[in-house]
Design a protein around this ligand. Sequence first.
Ligand SMILES: [Zn+2]
Ligand SMILES: [Zn+2]
Length: 127
Amino acid sequence: MHSKDVELSVWCPQCKTDGLLTIPEAMLDEPHYVLCPACGGETAQVWCATCGMGGQLFDNVAERPDAWRCGECKSEYPLPADFYDKPVEFVVLPASDLINKLGKTLIIAISAIVILSMIFSSLASFF
Ligand SMILES: [Zn+2]
Ligand SMILES: [Zn+2]
């Protein structure tokens, strides 16, 4: 079976660089030790199965903890023994790419507003 890749937006807590992390969809719920290609800053991409939160949910990665605790629901998850042996680097997001994405988001937001107002006006004509 062909495994799809998923792109996650991450950022470096050290140099504040925004980036994209590509992870195979099948490995999405596994914790990932993430390195910043710009400064070597350490972060982690994790997923909380209890509250469904995903992202860079803990910030003491540089201290090499062997478990992480979800800030939202306080669930604690052990990290695999080889967690720090398998770093993944994110790709720095070019500024132009970011503007491009922001532009797309804006277009989506505007069309959502237009669609919503169309729905509301058609509802209003019913009453
Ligand atoms: Zn960095
Ligand atoms: Zn949680």
